[in-house]
Design a protein around this ligand. Sequence first.
Ligand code: E4P
Length: 219
Amino acid sequence: MEFFLDTADVDEIREIASWGILDGVTTNPSLIKKSGRDFKTVVAEIASICDGPISAEVTALDTEGMVEQGRLLKEELPPNVIIKIPCTPEGLAATKILTADGIKTNVTLIFSASQALMAAKAGATYVSPFIGRIDDTGADGMTLIAEIMSAWDNYNVDTKVLAASIRHPTHVLACMQMGAHTVTMPTKIFRQLMTHPLTDKGLAGFMKDWAEVEAAGNA
Ligand code: E4P
């Protein structure tokens, strides 16, 4: 399973990349706004920290504009940058054109299995269903991942399912059990997935005993 970070904060990306298990990064216009930095500068810096796919989102709403922005981003930014496109009819057409150009895409803002299937048919490299935002409406976001994975089982689909809008570690565990290819999560979730009080307690006990081994001259 691929683990992506969902942030445009380069300090956080450096920290998680140093763990050796970071496979990619997703950004969106809101995350770029939060970073307070220039879009292309920050995406280029992210792409220099992490070798994996770095999603940069287009902001045009028409197909022509999305294609133009996507091609320009590919020209100006490092090769590991992929183009994030909203799941609209115009976005679908742009995905088809950019895919024909050999450009990798991540179709975002997916809230139904039919949208995921349409994006896959257009040739998307990734589709991003938003789990947390569905949970926020009172429905169950994980049901969408289950529906998409079961549709994928019925057909020979190359497109990877990138579970997004992750709000807690159990979202990630459920995605693993359902076979989602990728999850993108905030730094907080990476930290939560790695932390266990019994690990900390166990390590403290080992360190205390080892200090006594050293004091006895037996190290
Ligand atoms: C995915 O690529 C999106 O950037 C992200 O997961 C959205 O998450 P949110 O619902 O927490 O904004």
